[in-house]
Design a protein around this ligand. Structure first.
Ligand SMILES: Nc1ncnc2c1ncn2[C@@H]1O[C@H](COP(=O)(O)OP(=O)(O)OP(=O)(O)O)[C@@H](O)[C@H]1O
Ligand SMILES: [Mg+2]
Length: 367
């Protein structure tokens, strides 16, 4: 997939604009505060119906405006195109339009427009809470395993039911046993999907990482959320009193995590900022390769402030890997000099100058 046209209204400081990105490399450059990140925010909103800066949406909507809207024409992997539209209001309500129809959920947007974000906050994938790594993992599973979403919804429902029962105990024992069974079945499926995904991701991640940076001994492993030697039903039964005391279920796929270690240490504790960024890039680029392999289309990369934290050699290595993915990429930077050169001659590269909220194309990939 790639965006062939984007229209943005009332997103942060951006003036209303329509622009036509290149299907491959797009470079947005301009001074601090000009609106480069805002352009990526707009694309992110279109793919996920939410902002990447915070869960609160108000900051994305331009001051004094009641709503912001983004439209995009997406060229689909199998040919043809799709028109997406999203508008958000200050109260958080949103409307999603897909080919002229109202859509029910943001998952439908995500399916048409898979996005990968790499920005100066990306190190959180290593340092932050397990939830961030689960989201990373599930993004991948969602896009390659068609049964994932329905199974995940089953799991959430059974989990909510159990947690409510733990707190209020209003259900009879037989009904709760049936819900617990549903919970363990859905958990086993989710675990299997995630396990299969990690098995496929690992070698691609390792290869990608080795092309970016030398980090001998870095390992990626998966923790499923409960003891690897015991059935979940057993674990749930054993921890019932504690779960009741805590008011929620403590073991299960909702506690899964990815572990990145360097020898005996947690990678996040040891690696430099630049190294962390490269590890995160390798993880996200590996996901793009798996999506390509699954032939469910390609994802779009949003790389905010690509040069930051990276030296010349690593910037080039990252650009080369992004280019090899054959995906659409949006890169922002303050100084675009080094990004002008170095791409393969057949790769279409478009440059956009962002200035006080205005976007001007300064180099057209069709020229
Ligand atoms: N809700 C809003 N309405 C209007 N303007 C906003 C809003 N939120 C932020 N801004 C302004 O938008 C401008 C552009 O911000 P943005 O983060 O896109 O800049 P940038 O080009 O990425 O800068 P940098 O190079 O520093 O990363 C900033 O001046 C910011 O103060
Ligand atoms: Mg920025």
């Amino acid at each position: 997939m790639s965006l062939s046209r984007v229209t943005v209204t009332a997103v942060r400081n951006l003036h209303p604009v329509t622009f036509s990105p290149s299907p491959r490399i797009n470079i947005l450059y301009g001074a601090n505060g000009s609106g480069k990140t805002s352009v990526l925010e707009a694309v992110h909103l279109l793919g996920l119906a939410r902002s990447f800066r915070s869960t609160r949406l108000t900051p994305v909507i331009q001051y004094e405006q009641p709503t912001c809207t983004v439209f995009g024409q997406v060229e689909l992997a199998g040919g043809g195109s799709s028109n997406l539209g999203i508008s958000r209001e200050r109260q958080g309500d949103f409307t999603i339009r897909i080919d002229g129809q109202n859509a029910r959920s943001a998952a439908q947007l995500a399916e048409i427009l898979p996005l990968q974000l790499i920005n100066p906050d990306s190190f959180r994938l290593l340092e932050g809470a397990p939830k961030i790594r689960r989201q990373f993992l599930d993004w991948g599973v969602f896009h390659v395993e068609p049964r994932f979403l329905a199974t995940w919804q089953r799991l959430q429902k059974a989990l909510r039911q159990r947690n409510s029962w733990l707190r209020h105990g209003t259900l009879d024992a037989a009904s709760q046993a049936a819900w617990d069974r549903e919970l363990t079945l859905a958990s086993a499926d989710i675990d299997q999907f995630r396990r299969d995904y990690i098995k496929a991701l690992k070698p691609v991640f390792e290869r990608t990482l080795s092309e970016l940076v030398e980090l001998e001994g870095l390992t990626l492993s998966y923790y499923r959320g409960w003891d690897k030697d015991r059935e979940l039903s057993e674990v749930l039964a054993a921890s019932l009193h504690r779960d009741q005391y805590m008011g929620h279920t403590q073991a299960g796929p909702q506690r899964a995590d990815l572990r990145l270690r360097l020898g005996a240490h947690n990678a996040a504790d040891i690696l430099s900022r630049g190294q962390q960024k490269l590890v995160v890039c390798a993880l996200r680029i590996a996901q793009g390769h798996l999506l390509n392999q699954a032939r469910r289309g390609q994802c779009i990369y949003l790389v905010d402030d690509l040069p930051s934290e990276l030296d010349e050699q690593h910037r080039r290595a990252l650009c080369r890997l992004l280019e090899e993915l054959n995906c659409q990429v949006f890169i922002t930077c303050v100084d675009h000099e080094f990004l002008r050169e170095g791409w393969q001659t057949e790769t279409p590269v478009a440059l956009f100058h962002v200035e006080q909220g205005h976007i001007t194309q300064t180099h057209d990939h069709r020229e």
